[in-house]
Ligand binder design. Structure first.
Ligand code: SAH
Length: 392
């Protein structure tokens, strides 16, 4: 196996089990190392610290194993088994729930890999060339997991791999084939479009927050902004909402939402879906039309360079909701931008509340669910934050 040697003093973060080696920490690297190759990491004093996947870029190594040990042949099978056992312990694998994240990258000690489960199908995304090269081994381990009942593996990495690596991945089934795309989440049915949908086809990370919303929905007029597949809307319908309006700028998302509503609540005229820009829609509604509003936009700040504008975006969006919501209304507001911290998001929402002159209390502080765990050595893994607000 090829080797890299770190600069003096740069071993600290590895000793604390942070799973990335930045290119600036490297003193020496064997010249013929290929992108995606397994590589051993040594301290400047010659001590072996870790083994991981090498890639070109600011994150140079994603660590798979710390210490002197070499990777065992059953490495992927063992890590996937442990990830599955955690999901079982979380009671996510049930007859009425067959949709969960099985692998959350660093949070499952498999940096560069994401696997979402929808019934018998696993949708797999590689974020590193190393995981791309290992995809068949991983797929075979997935279908061999006892009790997980995975029969098909759809590989979807066209947008997640670093484009400079020139790997030209093809999205396709690498084990099995299409055999239905219906998944169950807490007893609700969702048709998941992993072929054309965003990410793996569904935002599993909002599951617990959708469930919480269900409890707030009874008798309310609900506005679900940025609805995508209509997850929050379906839960609001089950929670006996009076009326549910789902809004998304993408007409494809509106079709997906309508299909999911019809699957669960056919011929129920409480629901209306609207293809419109969220900001325009909020401007068009009357004061007091809604008393439960969900704001779950795409990441407004995808990189640190976009942070300032992103925070302005969150402030403006929340301001519009505060302006329009009925007295005694509830707002579920989220940010999935990794570079926006909990404190920054709260400050942006606080500023909006203060500008609107409304009296606002925080009822719940939300985050990503337990099947999106955060490795304590890798705080960067925490990305989703949300607030449930009571507006007087
Ligand atoms: N709440 C969803 C996930 C939202 S993803 C869920 O629980 O699954 C973000 C969505 O915002 C996407 O569907 C995207 O089409 C939509 N979107 C992006 N910009 C928008 C805008 N300006 N107005 C309305 N929708 C927008």
């Amino acid at each position: 196996m090829k080797k890299i040697v770190l600069k003096n003093g740069k071993e600290e973060s590895i000793l604390r089990h942070h799973p990335w080696v930045f290119s600036g920490a490297i003193a020496k690297i064997e010249p013929e190392v290929q992108e995606g190759e397994l590589i051993e990491v040594f301290s400047s004093k010659g001590k072996k610290l870790a083994t991981g996947h090498y890639q070109i870029g600011s994150i140079a190594v994603r660590i798979l194993e710390f210490g002197e040990t070499t990777l065992q042949d059953n490495f992927y099978a063992a890590r996937l088994t442990s990830a599955f056992n955690l999901r079982k312990a979380l009671n996510l694998v049930r007859p009425d729930n067959n949709c969960y994240r099985l692998v959350h990258g660093e949070g499952d000690f498999l940096p560069g890999l994401v696997v979402d489960i929808y019934g018998n199908t696993a949708v797999m995304q590689a974020h590193s060339p190393g995981m791309h090269f290992e995809r068949m081994k991983i797929a075979e381990s997935l279908v061999s997991l006892p009790e997980a009942n995975i029969k098909n593996v759809y590989y979807k990495s066209d947008t997640t791999l670093p484009f400079k690596a020139n790997l030209d991945p093809v999205n396709d089934y690498i084990v099995g084939c299409y055999d239905g795309s219906l998944a169950l989440e807490n007893g609700l049915q969702f048709n998941i479009d992993w072929l054309k949908g965003q990410k793996t086809g569904f935002f599993i990370d909002q599951r617990e927050n959708r469930k919480l919303l269900e409890n707030f929905s009874k008798g309310r007029n609900v506005l679900n902004m940025f609805c995508y597949t209509g997850g929050f809307s379906v839960y609001a319908m089950r929670g006996d909402a009076e009326k549910v309006i789902s809004v998304d700028s993408s007409s494809k998302a509106i079709e997906l939402t309508e299909a999911n509503i019809n699957l669960n609540f056919p011929f129920d005229n409480r629901h209306v879906a609207v293809a419109e820009d969220a900001f325009k829609y909020l401007d068009s509604i009357g004061k007091d039309d809604f008393d439960l509003i969900i704001l779950d936009p795409p990441a407004f700040a995808k990189h640190r360079s976009a942070l300032k504008n992103g925070l302005i975006g969150y402030r403006k969006l929340n301001y519009k909701a505060f302006e329009k919501i009925r007295k005694g209304g509830i707002i579920f507001t989220f940010s999935c931008s990794q570079v926006v911290t909990k404190e920054m998001f709260r400050l942006a929402v606080f500023t909006a509340a203060s500008q609107s002159g409304r009296k606002v209390r925080i009822l719940h502080q939300l985050t990503q669910p337990a099947d999106h765990p955060v490795d304590i050595s890798h705080p960067e893994g925490e990305y989703l934050k949300g607030l449930v607000l009571y507006v007087e």
